[in-house]
Design a protein around this ligand. Structure first.
Ligand code: PRP
Ligand code: URA
Length: 207
C-alpha cells in the first residue's frame, strides 16, 4: 500500500508547533488548517483534469479543470480540523461524515454516526483523520466507504504510527496514506509516540 510521507519545510515547521504541548487551542486550530492545505495539495496532485477553452481578457486559450467527482469524509471529531482546508481547495467536493470514538480503556473504535453519499464507485474519496494510531478507526471508516463502492481511498493524516499503517494496509491494500510524519510507535494506552497527544482534545480545548 502506498505510503506518502510528505516532506516540506513549511509542513515540518507547522508539525513541530502542533507537537509542542504549550501550543494553545486557537493556534492549534490554525496550524491544523495550514498543514491540511499542504497535505491535501499533495494528496490531490494526480487528480484527473480535462482541457477547457477559456477567454482571458486578452485572448482565447486552453486551460484545465478538475474532471472527477471528489468526496471528502472527515472522521469526527478530529477530522473536522482538516475539512475547511479541503473545501477551500476543492469547494465542489461532496462531504460525508463518520463519527468514530475510541474506547478510553480498550482503544477500540465504535461508530456513533455516519452520513456518507451512497454511491462512491466513480468518486475519488479522501478520508480525513489527523491521527492513525492502531488503525482501528481508519479500517472501520475505509470498510464503510468500500461498502459504498469506494476504491483506492486516500487517507489523509497528520501523524501515523507504524501499527496503524500495517493495520490499514491489511484491511485495504488499495488505500493510499498521505501523512506529515511516520512516528516511532504507540504507548500502552495506544497513543502515538512522540505524537502530539489527543488531537480532538487539543483542537477543541476539552483536555
Ligand atoms: C482519534 C483520532 C482517530 C483515532 C485514531 O479519535 O482522531 O479517529 O483516535 O486512533 P486509532 O487509529 O487507534 O483508531 P478519538 O477516538 O480520540 O475521537 P475524537 O476525535 O472524537 O476525540
Ligand atoms: N488519537 C489521538 O488523538 N492521538 C493519539 O496519539 C492516538 C489516537
Amino acid at each position: 500500500m502506498p505510503l506518502h510521507v510528505v516532506d516540506h519545510p513549511l509542513l515540518a515547521d507547522i508539525l513541530t508547533r502542533l507537537r509542542d504541548r504549550t501550543t494553545p487551542s486557537e493556534e492549534f486550530r490554525s496550524l491544523a488548517y495550514r498543514i491540511s492545505v499542504l497535505l491535501v495539495a499533495e494528496a490531490t496532485a494526480d487528480l484527473p483534469t480535462a482541457e477547457v477553452a477559456v477567454d482571458t481578457p486578452m485572448e482565447p486559450t486552453v486551460g484545465r479543470r478538475l474532471a472527477s467527482r471528489v468526496v471528502a469524509v472527515p472522521v469526527l471529531r478530529a477530522g473536522l480540523g482538516m475539512l475547511q482546508a479541503f473545501l477551500d481547495l476543492i469547494p465542489t467536493a461532496q462531504v460525508g461524515y463518520f463519527g468514530l470514538e475510541r474506547n478510553e480503556l480498550t482503544a477500540v473504535a465504535r461508530c456513533y454516526y455516519e452520513k456518507v453519499p451512497a454511491d462512491l464507485h466513480e468518486a475519488v474519496v479522501f478520508l480525513l483523520d489527523p491521527m492513525l494510531a492502531t488503525g482501528g478507526s481508519a479500517a472501520m471508516a475505509v470498510d464503510g466507504l468500500r461498502a459504498r463502492g469506494a476504491r483506492g481511498v486516500r487517507f489523509v493524516s497528520i501523524v501515523a504510527a507504524p501499527e496503524g499503517v500495517a493495520r490499514l494496509a491489511d484491511a485495504a491494500p488499495d488505500a493510499e496514506i498521505y501523512t506529515a510524519a511516520l512516528d516511532r510507535g504507540l504507548d500502552a494506552r495506544k497513543y502515538i509516540l512522540p505524537g502530539l497527544g489527543d488531537f480532538g482534545d487539543r483542537l477543541y480545548g476539552t483536555i
